[in-house]
Each structure stands twice: as structure tokens, then as C-alpha cells.
Design a protein around this ligand. Structure first.
Ligand SMILES: [Zn+2]
Length: 327
């Protein structure tokens, strides 16, 4: 199993809740924000364990921790109980449940996951409980974004961020379950620093093909007469344009790091062997390629056509190479 606890132990969110518990000042409501929608519920469960664990912190081994993990602890209740989103009917159920005394522990914890999908009516109902919570009730709300949430909700909760993680931390957390090192490295590098995206990318076959294709462009494409051929290959592969840009960026960054002699910082070690065969690049032309990739990404945001942008980018890369060769 992935060690999510190991990942979030160092975050301010974890340290804050732990500090609140140790000092006996747990807030009646927390809002946890993370871009990792895939693991939002798991993160909420870790915080519930942290609060209720019979040992020091979140041990994962005591009876309470184990029961929370399997959704079997009577005083930790996860919403939505049904469906994808917490409806106002479910908030009503939560409110009546909050007046029932805890059975096994000294407090009741309600977990609300995917709060970003709650509608205004449901949020307004929840607000009443947040304003006057029954004693010994704690509500842990998890959301991938704070914008869909009413400002009145946000002002009644302690807001904590579960940030993106560094590539190194993700790699260490995932390597046991995702053993193909090369795939894992590019999955992480093309991700957004979350466990969820790294795992999705890992099994994404198109990402592997895309990496091969980008390596071909960087290593083999030599003249402008080849631009159309390569841009056709890229646009006819089923990959997303933004993913294409991230892979290109990643590979050029690695090439740059290699040029600077800092091989320990390379993110995709296997691809480097092929990258080493790239001819005609200088530091200046790599930097120029990276600049053009950023520009392409901006243009895409303004709805530029992906096929035309791909061609444009490949031409720019070649032009940068020629320019720096002449200098
Ligand atoms: Zn425990």
C-alpha cells in the first residue's frame, strides 16, 4: 500500500492538526485543500486517525486506526454515504447524527469528501452546523478547490493546504507498488505533484509512446523538411497537447542539466541515454527551446490551434539550433 501518511507527515497541515490535538485545541471544523482528488478521502481518513488514534499521532496499527481505515469506526462517519456528492438530504442526516452521542470515543468526527461538488443549498445547510456545532463534534471537509465553497463556510473552518509533493518524495512513496522505474519517473515528471496523477500517468501507455516520440524529435529531427512529418506523428498520436509540451519540457530540462554536468538532477535517467545522442545543441539553443515551449503553452491557453502550434514549435526549435550553431 502507498505510504500516504509518510508523504503528508511533513506538511504544515499535518503538523497543525497534530499540534491542535496535543494542546487540546482541536478546531470544530477543518477544510483540507489538495489538488489530489483521487486521494482526498484517504487524506481525510489520515486526519481522523490522527485525531482519534489510541497511541501517539497516527499509528495505523491500533484498533481505532484500523477501524477508521476500513470505514468501520462508529464515531467517524464519511460523507457522501451514497453517490459522488454530499446532497442537502445527506447534510440533514449529518446534522441529526451530530446530536447523537459518540459510542466508542469521546468525540464524533464527520468527514466530507469532494466538497467542491456540493451545491449551494447543501452548503448553506452545513453552514448552520458549522456556526453552532454540538459539543465534541469535529467536521473535516476535503476539497480540491476552495472556489466552489461559500465564503461563509470558509470563514468558519480552519483552512489547511495539502500541497503538491516533490518528485523525490513521490518516487520514494510509490516505487514499491509501481516498480518500473522509467515509467514511474516520467509519470511523476509529467504529473502535477500529486499521488493521483502520478498513478494515472504510470499506466498511461500513450505517455510512454509520447516520450519516445519527443525523444525522436529532439534527437533525430535535423532539418525543416522533416517538421511536417514529425508534427503529423505528434498530432496523430492520441496524446493531449499539454502533455506533449510537458514531456518536451522535461526532456529539454534533462538535456540542460546534463550539459551542466549535474547528472544527479536528471529526472528521466533512461531517456538520458538517448538524449546524449542529440547533436547540434548548445546551452543557448536548449534554453531557447524551453522558452518556446512556455510560449506555446501560453498560446494554447488563448485557444490557438494545436496542429499549427506543434508545427510552429518544431520550427522554432530548429531555428534556435541554427542560430546558436552560427554563434
Ligand atoms: Zn492508532
Amino acid at each position: 500500500m502507498i505510504d500516504l501518511l509518510g508523504l503528508i507527515k511533513d506538511t504544515n497541515a499535518y503538523k497543525t492538526v497534530k499540534g491542535d490535538k496535543d494542546s487540546g485545541r482541536l478546531s470544530h471544523a477543518y477544510l483540507f485543500l489538495t489538488p489530489d482528488g483521487e486521494n482526498l478521502t484517504e487524506y481525510l481518513k489520515i486526519f481522523a486517525k490522527l485525531i482519534d488514534c489510541e497511541e501517539w499521532g497516527c499509528c495505523g496499527k491500533c484498533r481505532t486506526c484500523k477501524l477508521i481505515e476500513s470505514n468501520g469506526f462508529a464515531d467517524v462517519i464519511l460523507y457522501p454515504t451514497d453517490g459522488e456528492t454530499v446532497t442537502s438530504e445527506q447534510v440533514n442526516a449529518l446534522i441529526s447524527e451530530s446530536f447523537v452521542k459518540p459510542i466508542e470515543s469521546e468525540r464524533k468526527i464527520f468527514l466530507i469528501t469532494n466538497a467542491q461538488t456540493m451545491n449551494t443549498q447543501a452548503q448553506n445547510k452545513l453552514l448552520k452546523t458549522l456556526e453552532e456545532p454540538p459539543k465534541n463534534v469535529h467536521i473535516l471537509i476535503g476539497s480540491t478547490s476552495e472556489f466552489p465553497l461559500l465564503s461563509t463556510i470558509k470563514s468558519r473552518v480552519k483552512k489547511l493546504q495539502i500541497p503538491s509533493f516533490s518528485a523525490e518524495k513521490l518516487f520514494n512513496a510509490l516505487k514499491k507498488d509501481y516498480p518500473d522505474e522509467e515509467s514511474l519517473l516520467s509519470a511523476i515528471a509529467c504529473g502535477d505533484g500529486t499521488v493521483g496523477t502520478a498513478i494515472l500517468n504510470y499506466s498511461d501507455q500513450t505517455l510512454k509512446e509520447l516520450t519516445e516520440l519527443c525523444l525522436e524529435v529532439i534527437v533525430d529531427m535535423q532539418s525543416s523538411s522533416e517538421v511536417l512529418e514529425y508534427s503529423n506523428k505528434i498530432t496523430s498520436s492520441k496524446c493531449d497537447f499539454n502533455k506533449f509540451l510537458s514531456v518536451m519540457e522535461l526532456l529539454y530540462r534533462d538535456l540542460l542539466v546534463y550539459f551542466e554536468g549535474k547528472e544527479s538532477l536528471i529526472s528521466n535517467v533512461k531517456a538520458l541515454e538517448k538524449l546524449k545522442g542529440a547533436k547540434g545543441y548548445k546551452t543557448g539553443s536548449i534554453l531557447s527551446a524551453l522558452e518556446k515551449i512556455t510560449e506555446a503553452s501560453m498560446r494554447k491557453k488563448f485557444n490557438a490551434n494545436a496542429t499549427m502550434l506543434t508545427e510552429w514549435l518544431l520550427f522554432q526549435i530548429l531555428e534556435g539550433k541554427y542560430k546558436w550553431q552560427k554563434l
